[in-house]
Ligand binder design. Sequence first.
Ligand code: HPA
Ligand code: ZN
Length: 330
Amino acid sequence: SPLHTFIRGLPKAELHLHIEGSLEPELMFALAQRNGIALPYTSVEQIRAAYDFSDLQSFLDLYYAGAAVLLNEQDFYDLTMAYIQRAVADNVRHVELFFDPQTHTVRGVAMATVFGGIARALRQARQQYDFSGSMILCFLRHLSEADALATLAEALPLREAYQDLWNGIGLDSAEVGNPPEKFSRVFAQASQLGFRLVAHAGEEGPPAYIHSALADLKIERIDHGVRAEEDPALMAELIHSQMPLTVCPLSNLKLKVVQDMRQHNLARMLRAGVCVTINSDDPAYFGGYMNSNFIASADALDLSRDELIQLAKNSFCASFASAEQKQTWL
Ligand code: HPA
Ligand code: ZN
């Protein structure tokens, strides 16, 4: 349709993408073979069939299991380059990708291996395509504050070598029972060090978690945030501050945060004046990259061309790119 063509042609930025969540079953299979790792699946079809989630945790179990095939620098490079090629095909011009070092260091993979592979792909893409990227190190919130502090300390010696890429800190994994304030001291330290701050909040967790992420962690963007709508005072605050939300429509559908795309609140929030962006989250697991997310949203919610342009503009505005780089996009 003409609207789908319009969406494909729109330049956009992706601000909520877990690189481990872009591991397609084909690459998972190939890396398992290359690294001699046994998978609990005998075919790519079997992997895809297993992606029938009931909630966030049921997804996280398979997401962490799948990431076990990532061992070497080349694996992280291949993973990241595969994502970049999909993103470029969707007219994504910029990504601020999440990575979860704790998922890898716990298996004996060196921090430098994770950074090295992801960074090599992002730097190559900068040369090869009209594409830029940066890296946001996420802490797993189901693990302890001490584990997060140790992970930050382990990564800091790499900061200088990756200062062109690593500029942010985030918070992901199992939300309910692991409120933002659990990581107040970690985020305070990261802020002192000059990192940009984001956190998942209000995906499955209540509006109080969004409030805590803002007040206690002092984040600059909210990942998901869809449950903000339950709290009118919080909604007013988000609109007034123009605090960006990185919404992931297909993720919300697959993890049953919403039962039907026509019930998704992203259009309502956008129309109320919230700075909403559209993102793919874990595209290999949730059935679609950026354009699929835009198209599913536009079709279900009757988004107009002006609203689609607004969503794309929001993604560039809400990025952590320099003012000079934003000028080239907007
Ligand atoms: N929520 C929390 N943790 C995650 C997600 C998500 O959507 N994707 C990958 N880790
Ligand atoms: Zn996410």
